[in-house]
Design a protein around this ligand. Structure first.
Ligand code: PLP
Length: 329
């Protein structure tokens, strides 16, 4: 039996889905969405809040402010409610309605930015708004998920060791890159303790994180419009970019096996499947990280009109195998 008093006290760090029947190679998918925040971002949010409390930055009466496209915002809404802090989440028009409602239900104030900064896009406009908030009220505290080292340290202390303990023979790990907290913490853990394990970063086509050109991206979670400050490519072996249409196809395919995952999981599994089809040898053990589940995407990835409007008819037979592109890190 597990009894908790605060929602952040519960997390599942040892659940994996065997995806061999789906992808045809040995692939274990680490499920990070089974906690009260519903995503991997609970780890970063808890670590950043605890560190800020410990160093005195975060005191009773404080109001957290953060720029988030969703999942970190939900995790911080939950922790702020549990600990009695205020929270203002600065997001943009790509934030799912369900995500926004979730944050508001947990007591957060949500500011939706609709006008991109001419040079730095929606993210730039969001960060400007955060700076304005900080200047307007000295109770505001910005943990800054884009630069806060406690975000990657959370994964160095939990995700990395957990995978190593469960899969001592792991050969390759596929990790999606947003702020790159998950990627950096896990990659650094393996670089320090099991350097032979191959780390494959997964990003969306249209993200500039690894130096490829910007383009439209509609699925939140992975990808950045600016280079992620936390990113250190020396601990990554390879990068795979995935088209959003392929992400959606994979989400739908997984859903038809009974597993409803979020968009970034579709992206990571697409990359892993393609990579393993090319590189796996008998006995290759692969792990991929699934950042959240699918319920948050009912109005987007799992809504046929939204999908058709943006990507056309994805059920049409296509032999478009140029959909994923691998580049050396
Ligand atoms: C659904 C989802 N996937 C992946 C990520 C990327 O995680 P990270 O910011 O640690 O790179 C996020 C981050 O918000 C997310 O919400």
């Amino acid at each position: 039996m597990t009894i908790i008093t605060s929602p952040q006290d519960f997390n599942t760090d040892d659940l994996y889905v065997d995806l061999e029947p789906v992808v045809g190679n040995t692939l274990f998918l680490k499920v990070e969405g089974l906690n009260f925040a519903g995503s991997v971002k609970l780890k970063a949010a808890s670590a950043m809040v605890e560190a800020a409390e410990a160093d005195g930055t975060l005191r009773p009466g404080a109001i957290l402010v953060e720029s988030s496209s969703g999942n970190l915002g939900i995790a911080l809404s939950m922790i702020a409610a549990a600990k009695g802090y205020g929270f203002v989440c600065v997001t943009d028009s790509r934030c799912n309605l369900a995500t926004r409602r979730l944050m508001e239900s947990l007591g957060a104030e949500v500011h939706v930015i609709t006008e991109p900064d001419p040079e730095h896009g929606l993210l730039g406009a969001r960060l400007d708004h955060v700076r304005d908030l900080l200047a307007s009220d000295d109770r505001h505290v910005w943990l800054n998920q884009y630069t806060n080292p406690n975000s990657w340290k959370a994964h160095y202390d939990t995700t990395g060791p957990q995978i190593a303990a469960q899969f001592p023979d792991v050969d390759v790990i596929f990790i999606g890159a947003g702020t790159t907290g998950t990627l950096m913490g896990t990659a650094r853990y393996f670089a320090d303790h099991h350097p032979h394990v191959r780390i494959v970063a997964v990003d969306s086509v249209g993200s500039v994180s690894f130096g490829t050109p910007a383009a439209r991206r509609m699925i939140p979670g992975l990808g950045m419009a600016v280079r992620p400050p936390l990113l250190d490519q020396t601990v990554i072996d390879e990068v795979v970019h995935v088209e959003e249409a392929d992400t959606i196809r994979t989400c739908h395919r997984l859903a038809r096996t009974g597993f409803l995952f979020g968009g970034s999981t579709g992206t990571v599994v697409t990359a892993a499947e393609a990579w393993l089809a090319e590189h796996a040898t008998p006995g290759t053990t692969a792990v991929a990280i699934a950042p959240d589940l699918g319920e948050r995407y009912m109005d987007t990835i799992y809504q046929s009109h939204w999908v058709e409007d943006l990507y056309g008819d994805l059920t049409a037979d296509t032999d478009d195998t140029g959909a994923f592109a691998a580049i050396a890190a």
